[in-house]
Design a protein around this ligand. Structure first.
Ligand code: KG4
Ligand code: ZN
Length: 326
């Protein structure tokens, strides 16, 4: 039982949420820094950290106002401890520590990757482990088994780029702005992947690799040169997206076949991708129940951090930018 205040500042979204009993979102305010970083074509860590610090106080007030709750009612504070940008994590952890001391409340540090999985539990009230999860974000493409709350076993990861990183880099090559993933998603809707086939990365086992695909796109763009039309660009976006999505799902399919599991979760920023959402449902089909959080819970947010804090509260709040799933 309890009211959890979640704080997320690991990258370029500042978010504060109030969640009841790890499942019910009372408020989840998210401020995205897209405008701060756009002119640089990517996230600038120092600017991101400073913006978190500027925004957090008013976002905290807003989260309480929207939830109709007061600090005295909070039972636990949960802040993202890692992985993430160290300066950004420090801001969230520092503010969390300050509030916990001032309000005399306990504080826990939350693994951001756990958070992405717990986002699925906010959207499906009866979802419980054991589950098979695919977490695809800007920095991770991890296949995990979750046997029980607070326990994760990584069974597959990427050797090089994460899926989100691959989308962002491909978007840059295609001349799309920042943030790249959503822009590539939109452009791909106007393209036909069959007109510009690209290889589908395929490694042994459950490992991913997207660097070869990125190079293939680079060569194709070089070959097309000045003759490239807008339709070519859309077709290439669709083809790149198809290769990434099919590669992600091929391993998910393999893992599910090797060890059946009745619950599958696909989460993280890339889980907002239109094709991934459609194809994941087709690939999992009736072998398991698939949960993909709604778009606003796929990308970074504090409600998922509060939920993970509720179920897995056992870490200190110290920041650890390189944290894996531990
Ligand atoms: O989970 P997230 O919000 O932040 C991290 O923890 O990294 O994921 C951000 C990543 C970015 O690489 C972004 O381009 C990608 O998710 N992304 C998408 C889409 N929306 C966000 N990639 C493809 N299609 C989308 N619709
Ligand atoms: Zn994330």
């Amino acid at each position: 039982m309890g009211l959890i205040l979640g704080i997320e500042t690991s990258c370029d979204e500042t978010s504060v949420a109030l969640v009841e009993d790890g499942r019910r979102v009372l408020s989840n305010v998210i401020h995205t820094q897209v405008e701060v970083h756009r002119e640089f074509g990517g996230v600038v860590p120092e600017l991101a950290a400073r913006d978190h610090l500027v925004r957090l106080p008013s976002l905290i007030d807003l989260a309480f106002e929207k939830a109709g709750a007061k600090p005295a009612e909070v039972d636990l504070l949960a802040v993202t401890r890692g992985p993430g940008l160290v300066g950004c994590l420090l801001v969230g952890a520092g503010v969390g520590e300050g509030l916990a001391a001032a309000w005399a409340k306990p504080l826990t540090g939350v693994n951001h990757l756990w958070g992405h999985i717990y986002a699925a539990m906010l959207s499906r009230q009866d979802l419980e482990p054991p589950l098979l999860g695919l977490v695809v974000s800007g920095a991770h493409s991890d296949l995990v088994r979750m046997p029980e709350h607070g326990r994760f076993e990584v069974i597959g990861r990427t050797r090089d780029d994460a899926a989100g990183e691959a989308f962002d880099k491909a978007a840059r090559m295609l001349g799309l702005g920042f943030p790249g993933g959503p822009a590539l998603d939109r452009l791909a809707r106007q393209g036909d992947a069959r007109r510009q086939p690209l290889p589908k990365p395929s490694l042994e086992g459950l490992e991913y690799s997207f660097s070869g695909l990125k190079t293939a796109l680079l060569y194709r763009l070089r070959d097309l040169g000045g003759s490239m039309t807008d339709q070519d660009r859309a077709d290439l976006a669709a083809s790149f997206e198809r290769s990434v999505v099919e590669s992600l799902l091929e391993k998910l399919d393999k893992a599910l076949a090797a060890e059946p599991c009745s619950e599958v979760v696909v989460a993280g920023g890339v889980a907002a991708n239109t094709l991934l959402r459609r194809r994941a449902a087709e690939v999992v089909a009736d072998r398991a129940r698939l949960t993909m959080p709604p778009l606003e819970l796929c990308t970074d947010n504090a409600a998922m951090i509060a939920a993970a804090g509720f179920y897995g509260a056992r870490h200190p709040a110290d920041v650890d930018p390189s944290l894996g799933w531990s």
